[in-house]
Design a protein around this ligand. Sequence first.
Ligand code: ZN
Ligand code: MN
Length: 138
Amino acid sequence: MIDRTKKEPAAMKITPQRLAILEYLEGRKTHPSASDIYKAVSERYPMMSVATVYNTLEVLRQTGQVRELVIDPEKKRFDPNMKPHHHLICLRCKEITDVHRDFKLTLLENERCNYEIIGNHVDFYGICPKCQKKRTVR
Ligand code: ZN
Ligand code: MN
């Protein structure tokens, strides 16, 4: 059963705040957290509330316009790039960089556990150039 009482009206209502968040996310290559988004957007829209940012992100997630990343469990990050891609993640500053390459990863018959495979995602962990520089200065 689909519960239409809550989600759909909210998803369709286009408010200036919601537009501002969409504009901020559109084409963005960084992977901002909700508080990053709030900080940036509330500069232009002082009426913006943290709750609006969270609610909007939830609607965008449910409607497939943004992906929620669970890299840092204490600080969810959001990815507006819905094309299949992988990530480079800095372990120091938690910067996330897109990697666009099809690694042609496959599972053998006996590894697949009878799953119908839909996709995959690879995270590369490391130290970004900025953090490497900081390390040599110290
Ligand atoms: Zn870094
Ligand atoms: Mn990404």
